[in-house]
Write a protein that binds this ligand. Sequence first.
Ligand SMILES: [Zn+2]
Length: 159
Amino acid sequence: MRTITLIIIHCSATKAGQCYTFEQCRRDHLRRGWKDIGYHFYITRDGSVHEGRALSEVGAHCKDHNAHSIGICYEGGLDMAGHVCDTRTKAQRRSMRRLLETLHERFPGAIIMGHRDLSPDLDGNGRIEPEEWMKQCPSFDVLMDYWDLEPAGLLGDVG
Ligand SMILES: [Zn+2]
């Protein structure tokens, strides 16, 4: 098994009411010349967790961070008008939490982050702020939702 230091969450940037299935995503990634879908897991609106690449294989989902990470994508991320929006359904939230709990147990040292949290720290203050985000993916605050599944000590001494 590879060393896993990061679990990176993505959205498919699909508008509310539109469908972008696991098969469509895989097909689009194969068209780019990749050997398989870039993610390790893909969670559709119905809450189904589709397995993409094997965990032992390097994914293709976050430039410069693929070697030691796991990529998870959910179907959605935009409202009807195409604006950034946390469109996760109840079923998707449930599945994502369950999946992250399992991965956290297996890789307790891995930091769970949103794709946008890996943007460059332009002003070098040690924090990736909204104006520094290269893109909005995955349209929600990952640290806020899954703080309880982060490695011990990551968020400081909160008693
Ligand atoms: Zn992304």
